[in-house]
Design a protein around this ligand. Sequence first.
Ligand code: HEM
Length: 332
Amino acid sequence: MALSISFLMILSLFASASLCFSQKSNGGYLYPQFYDLSCPKAQEIVKSVVAQAVAKETRMAASLLRLHFHDCFVKGCDGSLLLDSIGTIISEKTSNPNRNSTRGFEVIDEIKSALEKECPETVSCADILALAARDSTVLTGGPTWEVPLGRRDSRGASVSGSNHNIPAPNNTFRTILTKFKLQGLHIVDLVALSGSHTIGNSRCTSFRQRLYNQTGNAQPDYSLDQSYASQLRTGCPRSGGDQNLFFLDYVSPTKFDNYYFKNLLAYTGLLSSDEVLFTKNKESMELVKQYAENNELFFEQFAKSMIKMGSISPLTGSRGEIRKNCRMINSH
Ligand code: HEM
C-alpha cells in the first residue's frame, strides 16, 4: 500500500514537472496580468502613444508590428533590436534586414519615457514591442489578443543573428520555412504571420529582381501578373530608385484584412517571399487559399501565431534587466 502511494506521488511529480516544462516551452512564464500590480496603467499608456503615432502616420502601425518580428527572431523577444551601437555593442539596426528599413524607434522611445514617468524601471522594452505590435494590428482593423507579458531586456545585440535568422525577400520557400522552424514556428505560423504584409510598404530594392532578368530587361515572371509588373517597373527602374516605396498590399494598403492572400491568388503579391507561399508548397498554398476565403480564420490564426512568436526565448526572472532607455543597457 505504502509502496503504491509513493509510486503515485512520484508519478504525479513527473506529471507536474512535464506540465511545467510544456508551459515553459510555450512561453508560460509570460502572462497578461504581469503589470497589473506594478504598473496598472502600462497597457493604456502604450496604446495611447501608439494611437497618436498611427493617427499622425498610418504606416507607423506596420513599422511597429515589424519591429516585434525582427526583435523576436534574434536571441528571442528581448528588445535586442532596440539597442544603438555604443561601446562594445554593434546595433542590430545595422544588419541587412534592418538597415534603411526598420523604423518606429522614436515611437518606442516615447512610450518608454511615458512609462518611466508612471512607473520607473518596471516595464521592459521587449514587452513594449509586443504590446505596440498588438495595438498596431487592432488600430488598422485586425484582430486583438491578450499579450502575455513579463519579458526582460537583453544586455547585448547580435548583428550576425539578425543577418542569418530573419528571412530575406529573395529566400526560397524552403529557406524561409527552415528559418521559422528554427524559432519553433510551423508552416501555419509562417503563412498567417506573413499576412502582416496586408499593411505597410516595401522599398524597390526588396523586390526589383522579380521585375528584370539578369541582362536587365523586363522578363516574364510567371508568378507575377504582367500588368502589375509593368506598373511596378515604372516606379522601380532597373537601376536607381532603391528606396522608392510600394504598398505590400496594393488593394487595401492601410487596412489589416485578408487582401494580402487574395492578392497572392491573383499573382499580385509584391515580394518573392510572399508569392512562394502560394506557388512552391502544397500545404502553404492551401492555407493561402483558406485565408483568402475566410477572413475570420486568418484573424484567429494570426492572433495565435503572434502569441507564439512573442513567446520565443524570453528572458524572465532575474535574467536580463529592465532598461531605463531602450537604446542602451543600464550601466552597472
Ligand atoms: C516570411 C518571411 C518574411 C520576409 C522575407 C519579409 C520581408 C519583408 C520585406 C523585404 C519588407 C520590406 C522592407 C523594405 O523594403 O524596407 C517587409 C515589410 C514588412 N514586414 Fe515582413 N517579411 C517576412 C515576414 C514578416 C512577419 C512574420 C511580419 C510580422 C509579424 C512582417 C511584418 C512586416 C511589415 C508590417 C512590413 C511593412 C513595414 C513598414 O511599412 O514599415 N513580415 N517584410
